[in-house]
Design a protein around this ligand. Structure first.
Ligand code: DX5
Ligand code: ZN
Length: 227
């Protein structure tokens, strides 16, 4: 069943970001990352407005949906997520994460995502304090802490985000909520321990998986600490 709520809370999960894949060979790249041990597939949706970059839309999700049974962990970096929730759900997204900094009312977006049959995540840009998400924690399934400024793959991990990861881990544990804590941006075999020690449970990694010199399988194993 493609439902993030079925992912065990214990044990690290890796969500490779397709943004770093070869877009001319998506079918094969997705098949390879699935065999390599990916737990989810992270899809970065950018609208050239909320972030200064453009990536893919619902037609691409629809085309790649038959290639994989992985959960489509869809990261909406778009100004008006409400407008596109239904289109992404119908195209095959299982999970939709939107930004707290988007232009829509968070409760309205949460309601729309649930109505579309997907699980819900909220992401925080680096400048947004962890407390900003507190009112919404009981309503969502995943928190995504950005460890780079959203917009581009291949940037360096912001170590000053570690206290934010830790603060959210503590809050989630204090409230005993079944929420996944995901980190995104600059995660590789060198930076992963800082994020995991602070309490991250789901690791997004683009460059460090799709472009690893030793291949995707070794890359995922190293992120999970299996060497
Ligand atoms: C950045 C995206 C990330 C990005 C991660 O805005 O949200 O998912 O693709 O890429 P790496 O792992 O290369 O930093
Ligand atoms: Zn992302």
């Amino acid at each position: 069943m493609r439902d993030i709520r079925c992912l065990a809370q214990n044990g690290l999960k890796v969500s490779p970001s397709l943004l770093a894949a070869d877009f001319g060979d998506l079918n094969r790249q997705i098949a390879e990352v699935t065999t390599a041990g990916a737990d989810l597939l992270h899809l970065d949706i950018m609208d050239g407005h909320f972030v200064p970059n453009l990536t893919m839309g619902p037609p691409v999700l629809k085309s790649i949906r038959p290639c994989s049974e992985l959960i489509f962990d869809t990261h909406l970096m778009i100004a008006e997520p409400l407008k596109y929730v239904t289109a992404f759900a119908e195209a095959g997204a299982d999970h939709l994460t939107f930004h707290l900094e988007s232009e829509n009312d968070p409760l309205a977006v949460i309601k729309a995502i649930r109505a579309a049959g997907c699980t819900v995540g909220i992401s925080l840009k680096p400048a947004t304090p962890p407390e900003a998400i507190h009112p919404y924690l009981p309503e969502i399934d995943l928190v995504l802490v950005m460890t780079v400024e959203p917009g581009f793959g291949g940037q360096s991990f912001m170590a000053n985000m570690v206290p934010k990861i830790r603060a959210l881990r503590e809050r989630i544990d204090d409230l005993a909520l079944p929420i996944l804590l995901e980190v995104d941006g600059g995660i590789d075999e060198h930076t992963v321990s800082a994020a995991v020690d602070a309490g991250a449970g789901v690791l997004v990694a683009g460059t460090a998986v799709f472009r690893h010199p030793d291949g995707m399988k070794a890359a995922i194993a190293r992120l999970k600490g299996q060497k």
